[in-house]
Design a protein around this ligand. Structure first.
Ligand SMILES: [Zn+2]
Length: 307
């Protein structure tokens, strides 16, 4: 009897020890890296954005964003597709970033249209005679002189094609703050442990995520411009900027890009971006790039999912 109990205890101990070792590898299958994508149609409502000969940037942004979203819903049935706006209204830039962060977006794609200022020309058009006076009182004399005449006119800025923006690397600190904020919120959600954001380990982790998001944003932006180029568009490449309008890219704690889909100030681009064919093509190119990005990132997932 005693022997039986000892034997049972021994087996129980062995099982306990073994299972304690094996809890890690028996975790459920790794979750997909991209679960939520935020699509942001630029401008809207009272903010028209740039103006072309006959159209507003805000309307093109919305049309392309909705087409892109529809294609993504069909292509990725397991990914949640969320929109910062689906009609002609204007959510503030801050509320767009808040929306992306609270919905735990894994990717932020902002759709815009570029514009270049009209180019001023001054063509010499001969001389005209100008009258002027010298001296005072009795010495006052009427004189004339010839001054050149110019015809002033403006032509469209010849800039055309696409550009995709990521936030400037020198703004990594600002992006890092938003990432830290989201990290601490997510840790709070899942455990009772409240991280100290000044803790060096937490800071190092936040920096790592900032770097990773930057690399991923650059990767996707590059793929998007490649798709545009392969599709016959003029690609002006991937750019970094940090002026107004790009703030949303640093306030979103996820990989984020802003696509300038063409120049509304360039009539052929404006016609293309207002056409159904052009909007479908732009959406197709962006979709193709996101598909490639998804495959690439999910093939090399982050060492540890989540924060
Ligand atoms: Zn814009």
């Amino acid at each position: 009897m005693m022997k039986k109990i000892t034997c049972f205890l021994l087996i129980a101990t062995v099982i306990t020890v073994l299972t304690s070792f094996y809890t890690e590898p028996t975790r459920p299958m790794q979750k997909p890296v991209i679960k939520t994508i935020i699509i942001d149609a630029g401008h809207g409502g009272s903010d028209n954005g740039a103006r072309g000969d006959y159209s507003f940037e805000k309307d093109i942004c919305l049309a392309i964003a909705l087409k892109l979203g529809k294609k993504m819903e069909q292509e990725f049935p397991n990914i949640k597709i969320l929109y910062t706006r689906t009609k002609d209204d204007y959510p503030s830039i801050k509320s767009r970033a808040d929306f992306a962060n609270t919905n735990k977006g894994d990717l932020f794609v902002s759709i815009h249209v570029n514009a270049g200022p009209k180019i001023r020309h001054a063509d010499f058009a001969g001389y005209r005679t100008e009258t002027y006076y010298t001296g005072k009182g009795k010495k006052r004399k009427k004189r004339t002189r010839k001054v050149p005449k110019y015809n002033i006119y403006y032509t469209d800025n010849p800039s055309n094609g696409t550009e995709t923006y990521i936030w400037a690397a020198d703004r990594a600190d600002a992006k890092g703050e938003f990432i830290s904020e989201r990290m601490s919120e997510e840790v709070n959600d899942s455990t009772e442990y409240a991280p100290d954001i000044n803790d060096p380990e937490f800071k190092a982790k936040s920096l790592l995520w900032t770097k990773r998001y930057f690399d991923r944003s650059l990767q996707l932006a590059t793929m998007i411009e490649e798709e545009f180029l392969n599709g016959g568009r003029v690609s002006r490449g991937v750019k970094q900027r940090n002026e107004k309008g790009i703030w949303v890219l640093q306030a979103t704690a996820m990989p984020s890009i802003l696509i300038e889909t063409g120049f509304i100030s360039h009539r052929p681009d404006e016609d293309y971006l207002n056409s159904n064919k052009g909007q479908e093509e732009v959406a197709d190119h962006v979709l193709a790039a996101i598909k490639r990005y998804k495959t690439a990132t999910e093939a090399t997932p982050a060492p540890k999912q989540g924060f």
